[in-house]
Design a protein around this ligand. Structure first.
Ligand SMILES: O=P(O)(O)OC[C@H]1O[C@H](O[C@H]2O[C@H](CO)[C@@H](O)[C@H](O)[C@H]2O)[C@H](O)[C@@H](O)[C@@H]1O
Length: 720
C-alpha cells in the first residue's frame, strides 16, 4: 500500500501542486532556455522491469534504459554545483534601477573550484540571496548566466518560506543538530535566513507534512533548473547540503546514469535521533540515488550507515579503503573528508594594507592582556553562553587572570529571529553584563562582545592578537574558525618583515568535541562544552601553557590545515565521484518504483531477464538438475507470521523430489531443528541449514544418486 507521502510525492512529480498554490516564478524556464544544451551522445532504449517486481508500470520517466556501448571519459565534462544559494552577492544599484552582482569570495562553493581540473567548466545552480521582484527575475537570470555561469532558482515566496524557514530551519536543521521538537516553540535561529518578517506557517518544530511537501516541491524547482542546462552524459552534478536531499531522486528518475555526488555540510545525527523523522526512509532513499555521499567526519558517515542498515536493511561493505552501499546493483560510495579553508584568500587578507594598522590598534587596546577569542554565528547551537559561563568560572577559580584575561566574542548577527534565539541573546547579554559588573574595573572589561558584522580584515586582526581561540558549539557540522585562526597566526612570508610577526609562531585552541573540525585538531584541548568547570580549566590550561608547547601544537595544526585546504577537499571528492561512476556507462540501467521508492537497478550488460517459457524448455531438456530453494521470502512470504510451510509447498517439493533427475535442496539460515521438523514429510529433500553449517539429504557421487542419510532418530546431520 502506498503511504500518504508517496501519494503526495507522486502528485508532485506529476506536476500536481494544488496544495501549495500556484507555482513558478517569472523566471521559470523550460528545457534549453539558455540555448546551450548539447545533444545526448547516447541513445536511450525504453524498457520496464515492472513484470519482475510487480511495480506500477504507469511511470514513463522511470522506465528508460540506456544502451551500454558508451564513450569513456571525454573532454567537455562539466561540473554542476547545486546548492541552496549561489556564491553570488547581489546588491541593488544605488539608483534603484537593476542589480549589480559579484562573486561571493567567502563562499565555499566558489572556493571549491580550485580543486576542479582546469578543463572542467563549473556551473552553479542555486537561489539568489536577495529579494528579486518577479518582474526582474528573467533579466537577472540571464545576466547571472551570461556573466557568471550561474543558473538562478527562484521559488515563489510562500514556497520559499515553507521550504526554507519551515522545513529546513525548523525541522531538518535542529534535528540534524540533535534537537528534538519536544517543546511547543520552534527553533528558528538561523545563520543566513533571508527575512524574519515572512514567518513560516508551521506553528512549532514538530513534523509538518505540508512543509515536507514544500521541501520536495522546492527540490523539484532546483531539478528543473538543472535540467535546463545539463548534458547528462558529460556532466557531473554535485549537490550540497541538507536543503537539497530530495533532489537526487528527481535527477535519477530523469537521468538513470547521471553522475551525482552529494555532500552534507551539517552533522548527520545518531540513528536514534534520525529515526524520529517521519520521512526518514524517503530521505535515505533519495540520497541513495547518488553515486557518492560525502560527510565531514567518520561519525557522521557511521550514523548514516547505521540508519541505512536499521531503516532500510542495507549493509555497507568496505573494500580497499572505500566504503560502499550496494543498492540495487549500484555501489553508492561513502566519502569522509572534512572541508578546508582557502589558503590564498586568507593570506591575501593578511596582506591588505589596512590590516597592519588594525592589528596595531588592537595590540594597543589589549596591551598587557591575554586575549581569548570566540568567532561564531549568533545561532542557538554555538554555545556562546556556555563559553561565557566557563570564562566566568575561570576568572573565579584562577583569580590570577582577573584584570589580565579578556574574552573577545564576535557574534555574527543573523537576520532570522525566533523565540529561542531571542532567549539565548538575552541570556548572553545577562552573562556578559554580570561578568563585566563583577570583574571589570576602570580600563578593564573582561568580556568584549561584538555583535555586528565584522570585516574579514578586522576578523583576521583579532585572530592575530588572540592567544587562544575557544569554540564551544554544542553541535556544528564542521566549523572553520579554528582553521582560519591557525592560518592567521602563522601569517605569510610577506609579513615577515613587519612588526606584527615576531618570534616563533604559536596558537592555542580549546574546541568542543561536538563539532566536525574537532577530530582533525589533535593539538587542541577538546572539551565537553556542557561541562562548564572543565571548559574553564581548559581555558586556563591553554593560556598558561609554555610557548614551546603552543608552538609545537601550532606547527602540527598548520601543517594539516595548509595541506588539507578547500581545493584538496573538492579535488578528492571529484576524484572519488569519478571513480564511483567509472562503470556507469557499461551498465544497463532500469528505473523502477514510485515517488521516493524510485531507484535505478543497474545490471551487467550480459544479464538477461528470465523468461518462463525458456525456463520450462530448459527444464524439460535437462538430464540432471540441482534445485536450490531459499526459504524465507521464497517458500513462505517474508511478511507472514506463521513461518511453517504450507501443504501446497510441501506437495510441490515432493513432486520435484520425486523426479529422479532432480536434487532439491533448501538453503536457509534457519536452524536445523525447525527445518528438519517442517520438512520431515519430504524424505528426498536435502537441507542446508544455518547457512550451510548443517547439511542433510541426498547427494550425487560419480553421477549416481546416493541415498540420503537417515537414522532411527530421523534426520542425520552430516557434520554432527
Ligand atoms: O543557514 P543555512 O543557509 O541553512 O546553512 C547552514 C550553514 O551552512 C554553512 O555551514 C555549514 O557548512 C560549513 C562548511 O561545510 C560548516 O563549517 C558549518 O559547520 C556548517 O554548518 C554556512 O557556512 C553557515 O553559515 C550556514 O548556517
Amino acid at each position: 500500500m502506498m503511504s500518504r507521502s508517496y501519494t503526495n510525492l507522486l502528485d508532485l512529480a506529476e506536476g500536481n501542486f494544488a496544495a501549495l498554490g500556484p507555482a513558478g516564478g517569472g523566471a521559470r524556464r523550460r528545457s534549453g532556455s539558455f540555448g546551450m544544451k548539447r545533444m545526448s551522445r547516447v541513445m536511450t532504449v525504453p524498457g520496464t522491469l515492472s513484470e519482475l517486481d510487480g511495480e506500477d508500470e504507469s511511470e514513463p520517466a522511470a522506465t528508460n534504459s540506456v544502451a551500454s556501448d558508451v564513450p569513456s571519459s571525454v573532454s567537455g565534462e562539466r561540473l554542476l554545483v547545486v546548492s541552496n544559494q549561489l556564491p553570488i552577492v547581489a546588491r541593488r544599484r544605488p539608483d534603484g534601477r537593476g542589480w549589480s552582482f559579484s562573486w561571493d569570495d567567502d563562499s565555499l562553493l566558489l572556493q571549491l573550484r580550485d580543486g576542479i581540473p582546469d578543463e572542467m567548466e563549473v556551473l552553479f545552480v542555486g537561489g539568489v540571496r536577495a529579494d528579486i521582484p518577479l518582474a526582474e527575475q528573467d533579466e537577472v537570470s540571464q545576466a547571472l548566466y551570461d556573466r557568471f555561469r550561474c543558473v538562478a532558482v527562484f521559488l515563489p515566496e510562500s514556497l520559499h518560506d515553507r521550504f526554507y524557514h519551515s522545513f529546513c530551519k525548523r525541522q531538518l536543521w535542529p534535528l540534524f543538530h540533535y534537537m528534538l521538537p519536544f517543546a511547543s516553540s520552534a527553533p528558528t535561529a538561523t545563520s543566513s535566513s533571508s527575512s524574519s518578517s515572512s514567518a513560516p506557517p508551521a506553528g512549532n518544530g514538530r513534523f509538518d507534512r505540508g512543509s515536507w511537501e514544500a521541501y520536495v516541491l522546492a527540490n523539484k524547482f532546483f531539478f528543473e533548473k538543472v535540467v535546463e542546462v545539463i548534458n547528462p552524459e558529460d556532466d557531473y552534478v554535485w549537490v550540497h547540503d541538507y536543503h537539497l536531499m530530495a533532489l537526487p531522486t528527481f535527477l535519477r528518475r530523469r537521468f538513470n546514469r547521471l553522475r551525482i555526488g552529494f555532500f552534507l555540510h551539517s552533522p548527520f545525527p545518531s540513528s536514534e535521533i534520525y529515526r524520529t523523522l517521519p520521512v526518514r526512509e524517503e530521505i535515505l532513499k533519495a540520497l541513495l540515488n547518488c553515486d557518492l555521499i560525502g560527510f565531514h567526519t567518520f561519525d557522521y558517515a557511521r550514523h548514516f550507515l547505521s540508519c541505512c542498515s536499521r531503516m532500510l536493511g542495507i549493509e555497507y561493505q568496505s573494500k580497499r579503503g572505500y566504503i560502499g552501499l550496494e543498492y540495487f546493483g549500484r555501489t553508492v560510495g561513502i566519502k569522509i573528508m572534512p572541508v578546508g579553508i582557502h589558503m590564498d584568500q586568507l593570506q591575501a587578507v593578511l596582506c591588505l594594507p589596512d590590516r597592519q594598522w588594525r592589528v596595531s590598534e588592537l595590540q594597543q587596546q589589549f596591551e598587557g592582556k591575554t586575549v581569548l577569542l570566540g568567532v561564531d554565528d549568533m545561532d542557538i547551537f554555538k554555545g556562546i553562553n556556555l563559553k561565557l559561563l566557563a570564562f566566568e568560572n575561570m576568572l573565579r577559580t584562577h583569580p590570577k587572570w582577573q584584570g589580565r584575561a579578556v574574552l573577545v566574542q564576535i557574534a555574527k548577527p543573523v537576520r532570522g529571529k525566533g523565540k529561542d534565539l531571542e532567549a539565548i541573546e538575552a541570556e548572553i547579554r545577562e552573562s556578559y553584563n554580570r561578568i563585566n559588573g563583577e570583574f571589570g574595573r576602570s580600563g578593564y572589561s573582561p568580556v568584549v562582545f561584538i555583535d555586528r558584522d565584522v570585516s574579514s580584515v578586522e576578523k583576521s586582526a583579532y585572530y592575530t592578537i588572540a592567544e587562544c581561540v575557544v569554540v564551544t558549539a554544542v553541535r556544528d557540522g564542521m566549523n572553520l574558525t579554528p582553521y582560519e585562526y591557525i592560518v592567521c597566526r602563522q601569517g605569510t612570508p610577506r609579513l615577515e618583515s613587519s612588526s606584527e610577526v615576531t618570534g616563533p609562531k604559536k596558537s592555542m585552541l580549546v574546541v568542543s568535541e561536538f563539532i566536525g573540525c574537532s577530530p582533525s585538531l589533535s593539538g587542541a584541548i577538546r572539551v565537553n562544552p556542557w561541562n562548564v568547570e572543565a571548559t574553564a580549566e581548559a581555558m586556563n590550561e591553554a593560556i598558561s601553557m609554555s610557548d614551546q608547547e603552543k608552538q609545537l601544537r601550532h606547527e602540527k595544526h598548520y601543517r594539516y590545515v595548509s595541506t588539507h585546504d578547500v581545493a584538496y577537499w573538492s579535488k578528492s571528492f571529484i576524484q572519488d565521484l569519478e571513480r564511483a561512476c567509472k562503470d556507469h556507462f557499461r551498465r544497463t540501467c532500469w528505473g523502477i518504483g514510485l515517488g521516493f521508492g524510485f531507484r535505478v537497478v543497474a545490471l551487467d550488460p550480459h544479464f538477461t531477464k528470465l523468461n518462463m517459457d525458456s525456463i520450462v524448455m530448459a527444464y524439460e531438456r535437462s538430464e540432471s538438475r540441482a534445485i536450490f530453494l531459499d526459504y524465507d521470502g521464497t517458500l513462505v512470504p517474508q511478511t507472514s507470521i506463521n513461518k511453517t510451510p504450507s501443504a501446497e509447498v510441501l506437495r510441490i517439493i515432493n513432486t520435484l523430489c520425486s523426479d529422479e533427475r532432480n536434487i532439491v535442496f533448501i538453503v536457509s539460515g534457519r536452524g536445523r531443528d525447525k527445518l528438519g521438523e517442517w520438512f520431515s514429510s519430504c524424505p528426498k529433500l536435502g537441507i542446508a541449514a544455518e547457512h550451510g553449517y548443517f547439511l542433510s539429504g541426498v547427494g550425487m557421487m560419480s553421477g549416481k544418486r546416493v541415498p540420503r542419510l537417515q537414522t532411527s532418530d530421523g534426520w542425520k546431520w552430516l557434520n554432527q
